[in-house]
Design a protein around this ligand. Structure first.
Ligand SMILES: Cc1ncc(COP(=O)(O)O)c(C=O)c1O
Length: 388
């Protein structure tokens, strides 16, 4: 979708393309990131060398301190933490380490679109648990119904991309107990842990009773610190799995980029006060734009709009519009993907269709965009849906 949007923008035809499909924050990283990384490269005169495969010790120690401060969970920086090439690489490594051919990987839907391919690459079977009717969240009943001797791992992503759903502590305790009954590993994708609204509270799964030993905590600097391009993530978990992940990583990438590790070190070394002094105004701005988007979307009759408690996306239900006359031509569309393409072609608005996220008939709109784009993008969507 992004490539098609860029092509249309480059062709100079018609109206400006408004992208509501982006998956990254629009605020700057903390200034220390550029300052300290530039100084590091200068000191080394550009001669960066291999690092330890699982990341430089200072960064692993800093990750351990940050995770401990934030969640209370203690990890050994040498044996239980790996620095990865972005959060995605950490998740993929976790799946490769845990899953053997034929193993089942449980994925509540809607899900982040990379989870099923990760299971497939490991020779496993992605098992999708539909959570459209339970507020986009897995319930104990649904997890129980999916019980199977070959179940090995369960993905939990809270706050969620694409839905913004945030699990409460009680919900996670109950899911954790059922996961323990089924002897499952939990892969806890905590990449949006700081982006919360309306008093929603983040709960880190390994901090729950009995969960540390069956959870892999995956996070990174991409979202909180707005450092998507630096490609630094990390995974914390029990030594045997981390050992397998380290072996894999050493033969696949050697180590994450040395300069990027310094950048992540600069970011993660910020105290909570320093981080919040930087992040606070940006979180406030996201809160304001979320409210703005919800206000404008709320005016569109027939469009189901879910209110996200975290991340920076809003999911809308376009199922009532499938098969109806749409856009200037009045031609109907059959599904969300065709709708997203037509919306881009007709109105030059890019959104993410959610069939690849396990939610056919839904779209995802990012509100990490300028106010004017948000309002104009929603107005164009309304015109396309023939609601304006
Ligand atoms: C749910 C989720 N997990 C993990 C990631 C991976 O982040 P990274 O850019 O650090 O690979 C993303 C990025 O979009 C995401 O949305």
């Amino acid at each position: 979708m992004n490539a098609r949007a860029k092509r249309i923008a480059a062709s100079g035809e018609g109206a400006r393309v408004i992208s509501l499909s982006v998956g990254e924050p629009d605020y700057p990283p903390p200034p220390q990131v550029a300052e300290l990384t530039t100084a590091f490269i200068g000191e080394k005169k550009g001669r960066l060398v291999y690092t330890a495969g699982h990341g430089i010790p200072e960064l692993r120690r800093t990750i351990a301190a940050k995770v401990r401060e934030r969640t209370g969970v203690v990890y050994d920086p040498e044996k239980e933490i790996i620095v990865t090439v972005g959060g995605k690489h950490g998740l993929a490594g976790a799946v490769l380490a845990l899953v053997n051919p034929g193993d089942r990987v449980l994925i509540p839907s809607p899900y982040w679109l990379s989870y099923p391919p990760m299971a497939v690459f490991a020779g496993g079977e992605p098992v999708i648990i539909d959570c459209l009717d339970t507020g986009f969240k897995l319930t104990v009943d649904k997890l129980r119904a999916a019980a199977h001797p070959r179940n090995v791992a369960l993905f939990i992503n809270s706050p969620s991309n694409p839905t913004g759903a945030v699990y409460t502590r009680e919900e996670l305790v109950a899911l954790g107990e059922e996961a323990a009954r089924q002897d499952l590993w939990i892969i806890s994708d905590e990449i949006y842990d700081r982006l919360l609204y309306d008093g929603a509270e983040f709960t880190s799964i390994p901090a729950l009773p009995g969960m540390r030993e069956r959870t892999l905590l995956a996070n990174g600097v991409s979202k909180t610190y707005s450092m998507t391009g630096w490609r630094i993530g990390y995974v914390c978990g029990p030594e045997p799995v981390l050992k397998a992940m380290k072996t894999l990583q050493s033969h696949m990438t050697s180590n994450p980029c040395a300069a990027a590790q310094q950048a992540a070190l600069a970011a993660l070394s910020l105290s909570e006060d320093e981080l919040m002094a930087h992040l606070g105004p940006h979180l406030e701005s996201l809160r304001r734009r979320r409210a703005l988007a919800l206000e404008h979307l709320g005016r569109l009759p027939g469009l189901g709009v879910s209110v996200p408690a975290g991340a920076f996306y809003i999911v809308v239900d376009v199922r009532p519009f499938l098969g109806t006359p749409l856009g200037a031509s009045g031609e109907p569309v059959k599904d969300d993907e065709e709708l997203a393409f037509r919306l881009l072609d007709d109105e030059h608005v890019a959104v993410a269709a959610l069939t690849p996220f396990g939610a056919p008939g839904f779209l995802r709109l990012s509100f990490a965009v300028p106010d004017a784009d948000l309002v104009e993008g929603i107005a164009r969507l309304a015109r396309f849906l023939r609601l304006a």
